[in-house]
Design a protein around this ligand. Structure first.
Ligand code: S3P
Length: 452
């Protein structure tokens, strides 16, 4: 058995600029993308709280997930690598131990917010920090509910990291209605509920990704989910005996969208991404692209490790503009930058509504996505929380330099844009792509992308 690799080097250490140029030939090929980021974080955390040894197959070995592995190890879980799989020997609910140093969550909001739920419900002292991007992001949204467990928090102005947590000696179960549609906040409350006696109840006004609920059940917790209008009411019975349970992580739909949209935009292309997760609370972009006239097909639908997966093929073709309703945002919250890139080539004006949550991602993605397009000759407007893209119906001009603001999805979106524009698109730094999609540049080059 091999031990897990040390945390890879800090992607902020050295900027990696890159330019994308329209390829001479179509993109072609069949690939698999790395494992789902949301599911990978949760697999490490839940396995670390379970009794026994969990085998995780297909874990995303991106910077963000490696941060979670590092933190869970610092809390006493035994985590190692076995060939391509990962093994986690958990400590049981309430069994994690005080870390001897600050927990550095790097660029990952999911890691920091979910872990806050675990730390608040263990009687230990801990401090979390992150990179410059994560230290700008709001943590108050998890502190507010978690403070009601009896945990105490100290933090920078505006609820920013670094954050010190003195966990509750006896965690109280929460009843909480989410003020924003956030799977991270929902998951933080549920994770805290694991070590509280009694029932934890979370009400979400709009349904968000339900990987925590699914995986908690997989590890033996009692979780009920009731549909309530557009939202859901989730109930968790506290202090279950979580038992180790192997996890197979599907390909990340939020990564698959980059090669697939590239194939839609480069004339003549046909690209298949195999084994993509198709959880309906994650697939809003595919529904939207189909409504825009995209040639997308899904084959070989199957259930793997409790999640539906399939092979998705994209064939290049014209796209038409669309009005994307705000209710679709939770199911495609990470996909707006790449949708905006697709919309730039579509015929007509696309309006994406209700994007307030984009302002608090790895960057202010609403303004950064607008800047990405505007700097490449695409007419774009922000109207309140809406993003409006005036599609060219042809090749957008390109020729700009995109600032990625430590945001992996902006970097990948900009590179895909450059495959479709008349002139190359330059990107200031692609290093952060490693947070979610290690190997992106190589994989895309293998399909015929012109990145240099
Ligand atoms: C995630 C939830 C989403 C998403 C993020 C991953 C998760 O964030 O943007 O990339 O794994 O729960 P919010 O919960 O803040 O919407």
């Amino acid at each position: 058995m091999l031990s897990a690799p040390a945390m890879s080097s800090d992607p902020t250490a050295q900027a990696r600029p890159l330019a994308a140029t329209r390829p001479e030939a179509p993109l072609a090929g069949s690939i698999a993308v790395p494992g789902d980021k949301s599911i990978s974080h949760r697999a490490l955390m839940f396995a670390g709280l379970a009794v026994g040894q969990t085998r995780i197959t297909g874990l995303l070995e991106g910077e963000d997930v490696l941060r979670t592995a590092g933190a869970m190890r610092a809390l006493g879980a035994d985590i190692s690598r076995d060939g391509v799989d990962w093994l986690v020997a958990g400590r049981g609910i309430g069994g994690l131990t005080e870390p001897t140093d600050v927990l550095d969550m790097g660029n990952s909001g999911t890691a920091a917010r979910l872990l806050a739920g675990i730390l608040a419900s263990h009687p230990i002292f801990s401090v979390m920090t992150g990179d410059a991007s994560l230290r700008r992001r709001p943590m108050q949204r998890v502190i507010t509910p978690l403070a009601q467990t009896g945990a105490r928090f100290a933090f920078r102005e505006g609820g920013r990291l670094p954050l010190a947590i003195t966990g509750a000696p006896e965690s109280m179960p929460l009843t909480y209605k989410l003020p924003v549609a956030s799977a991270q906040v929902k998951s933080a409350v549920l994770l805290a509920g694991l070590n509280a006696r009694g029932e934890t109840l979370v009400e979400e006004p709009e349904a968000t990704r339900d990987h925590s609920e699914n995986m908690l059940r997989h590890f033996g917790a009692t979780v009920s989910v009731e549909v309530a209008g557009e939202g859901r009411v989730i109930r968790l019975q506290g202090q279950p005996e979580l038992r180790a349970a192997d996890v197979v992580v599907p390909g990340d739909p939020s990564s698959a969208v980059f090669p697939l949209v590239a194939a839609l935009l480069v004339p003549g292309s046909v690209v298949t991404v195999r084994g993509v997760g198709l959880n309906p609370l994650r697939t809003g972009l595919f529904a939207t692209l189909l409504e825009m006239g995209a040639l997308l097909s899904i084959d070989n639908r199957r259930v793997e490790g409790g999640e539906e997966v399939g092979d998705i093929t994209a064939t290049a073709g014209p796209l038409s503009a669309i009005d994307v309703p705000p209710g679709r945002a939770p199911s495609m919250i990470d996909e707006y930058p790449i949708l905006a890139v697709a919309a730039a080539s579509a015929a007509g004006t696309t309006r994406m509504r209700g994007l307030s949550e984009l302002k608090v991602k790895e960057s202010d993605r609403l303004s950064a996505t607008a800047a990405l397009l505007a700097g490449n000759g695409v007419r774009v407007e922000i109207d309140g929380d809406d993003l409006i893209v005036h599609g060219t119906g042809a090749r957008p001009p390109g020729g700009g330099l995109v600032e990625t603001h430590m945001d992996h999805r902006l970097a990948m979106s900009a590179l895909v844009l450059g495959l479709a524009t008349a002139n190359p698109v330059r990107v200031d730094d692609t290093a952060f792509i490693d947070t979610s999609f290690p190997g992106f540049v190589t994989l895309m080059r293998g399909l015929g992308a012109n990145f240099a």
